[in-house]
Design a protein around this ligand. Sequence first.
Ligand SMILES: [Zn+2]
Length: 257
Amino acid sequence: MSRYRIPGPLGIYGEIIKDGTLCLGATATPGPVGTPKLDRINNIVHATGSSHQIEHWSKQLKETVDTPIKSGKYWVTWAETNATQSTALNDLEVGFKSNVDSFLKALTNAGIKFTVSTTKRSPLRAYLFHWSWKIALGKCKTSEPSKVAGVNIDWDHGDDQKSKLAAQEMVDGFGLAVPPKSTVAPALTSNHILGKAIDITFEKWVGTIKIKKKDNVEVAVEYKSDVNANKLLHEVGASYGLIKHVHDAPHWSFNGR
Ligand SMILES: [Zn+2]
């Protein structure tokens, strides 16, 4: 929990009491004093016995919090703290994690080297990915994205070209794949949000390598630069419950989507 003194004539103390909720007048004997990050606050509440000053500052803070911030680079930085994606296996859904552990163990035992680039992704990040991609590529209007609690973004810069350029800054900042590499917008409802997908990139190997399937049968697998076409590798993954998405190079999930 973080404690804050909200600047004002008498000084008002506030405390983040849970995700994004700032409680004003929370404590009479505050610890370290700081400034709340307004873009991380979704909700402002008052401690019991709230005074006139608290009401006043709460109103002012709320107005600041409620003012949307224009799309652009800012949101890439914002997402680094507030809408992250993880590479940790521990963030995967328990059942899927156990399948992933077995598959990765079989790969490691076979001497195959790989890196994991994404396990779990915040839904807010998926939202920013999806709509910045669509707007930058002119696939939708700036009025189309629905509002999402916790992301107070304004996609509309009052001019189509400006709105597209601002969205493009986000596409570049997030490193999103665009056509011809990827012709579909990053999904709003990705299996990464549920912790039921993983992105794996394989290091090139030479010749064929025998990898054990779950039933211990060995499959001799060649390296293919196009992993989407490596049917034998998909077969090994599937034996552990990891289904390859055939249009998304690093992506494996519980159902192939
Ligand atoms: Zn993925």
